[in-house]
Design a binder for this molecule. Structure first.
Ligand SMILES: [Zn+2]
Length: 128
């Protein structure tokens, strides 16, 4: 007897970064830590370190890369609003960084895009 009943739909395997359906194992990255998969496109777009960091943030806080659209990301608004939905320790700079990075990822900004925006923000804050 087959394990799967006729008509049973096998659950789709999705990229844990962008949620694209993974149809081929070619070019796919699998985390050695949690066995999560990143699709070929994400694996070629990001470094392994970035993929691991992004996987961790999506596991912790949910969502996926590009879920909210890039045009809506505003660093000042994000800094003002983090902690509203999920409590945050504002004395913990690392957790603030994680949360802001997570919001950037939801808006489809990769780590290097985000770092460029953050650098511009910091520089503008220190201009007289
Ligand atoms: Zn992907």
């Amino acid at each position: 007897m087959d394990v799967l009943e006729k008509g049973t739909k096998i659950q789709e395997i999705r990229c844990c970064i962008c949620h694209a359906v993974i149809t081929s194992i070619e070019g796919v990255y699998q985390s050695p830590f949690n066995y999560a998969l990143a699709c070929k496109a994400c694996s070629s777009l990001f470094t392994k370190d970035d993929l691991e960091m992004m996987m961790s943030l999506f596991f912790l806080f949910g969502g996926y890369f590009g879920e909210l659209g890039s045009e809506l990301f505003n660093l000042e608004v994000v800094l003002d609003s983090i902690g509203e939905s999920i409590p945050i320790d504002f004395d913990d700079l690392e957790s603030i960084n994680q949360r802001v990075m997570h919001v950037a990822l939801l808006h489809g900004l990769g780590p290097s895009d985000f770092n460029r925006i953050l650098k511009g923000y910091i520089e503008s804050e220190f201009e007289d």
